[in-house]
Write a protein that binds this ligand. Structure first.
Ligand code: HEC
Length: 243
């Protein structure tokens, strides 16, 4: 399979195809030898990696013209030279899906790109899962532009969840600004950059065959689809699982 890809006109293995190949090597019970893959890896080293810095910079700069989901996808598509994936397909992810405050759109944009480039569905889901955990448990935004595009901001907060509503609400409270305000947009632009950067880093690890999933699957751990901090919503009264 990899040999076939090498014969492409421009002698460049596409990012998608390469990562697909790596996916097989990394998770396919070791059927493809790592040694063989290493040769392809060196030959194509440049074309198939994500430029991590570029992923963040593009995601940050586009924010405001487009929103979280699309800007993260845009950053990753540009940073990875991905062909055949239109970032604007995921425009509707903003505000946790058209303003419903569910999963932060940055995660939806990242997930679309991960699903596009990582062929092995199990592996792709582990990468998405780790991006979700990164989002929930880090104090964001981390990304700090040389010069703020929309507004200066001073706060960073830990969401404890991938939910847009809680995440943005906690930040708005700390910064004491309205949702429809420059500072809030600036925050979401920087946070989008953080998610694009983290995703690019993980996809580079996948490409190198070095990715190790870090976060368990919540539905399996808790026997219900959920974020982990039950008391965030249930207070001291987390209900017992029915059934
Ligand atoms: C984002 C908020 C949120 C989080 C976090 C959350 N829940 Fe819930 N959960 C709810 C709401 C709201 C309901 C619906 C309650 C109702 O209808 O009375 C619910 C319902 C449930 C139910 C159905 C039974 C019932 O009495 O309503 C169970 C069981 C449950 N949650 C368990 C958990 C567990 C376990 C966790 C943590 C692993 C968790 N929840 C985390 C918001 C949340």
């Amino acid at each position: 399979m990899l040999e076939g890809l090498m014969k492409k006109e421009d002698q460049e293995v596409s990012r998608r195809d390469l990562i697909k190949g790596v996916g097989i090597a990394a998770v396919g019970a070791g059927i493809v030898s790592v040694g063989g893959l290493g040769i392809v890896s060196k030959a194509q080293a440049k074309g198939r990696k994500f430029d991590v810095k570029k992923a963040g910079d593009v995601a940050y700069k586009q924010y405001g013209k487009v929103f979280c989901a699309e800007t993260v996808a845009q950053g990753l598509v540009e940073a990875g030279g991905i062909k055949g994936l239109d970032p604007s397909n995921v425009f509707w992810g903003h505000g946790g899906v058209v303003g419903w405050g569910t999963a932060c759109g940055s995660l939806i944009g990242a997930g679309m790109v991960i699903g596009h480039v990582v062929d092995d569905k199990k592996l792709a889901q582990m990468v998405v899962n780790d991006v979700m955990a990164f989002y929930a448990y880090n104090t964001l935004p981390i990304y700090t532009p040389k010069k703020a595009i929309i507004a200066e901001i001073s706060s960073a907060t830990k969401a404890g969840t991938p939910l847009c509503h809680i995440s943005v609400g906690r930040w708005m409270k700390k910064e004491n600004v309205a949702f429809f305000s420059g500072p809030r947009k600036e925050r979401c632009g920087r946070l989008s950059a953080d998610i694009a950067i983290k995703t690019a880093e993980l996809l580079n690890q996948v490409a190198d065959g070095k990715y190790k999933p870090t976060h368990p699957i919540n539905a399996k751990t808790y026997q219900i689809t959920t974020q982990e901090n039950c008391s965030d919503c249930h207070g001291g009264n987390t209900p017992d699982l029915p059934g």
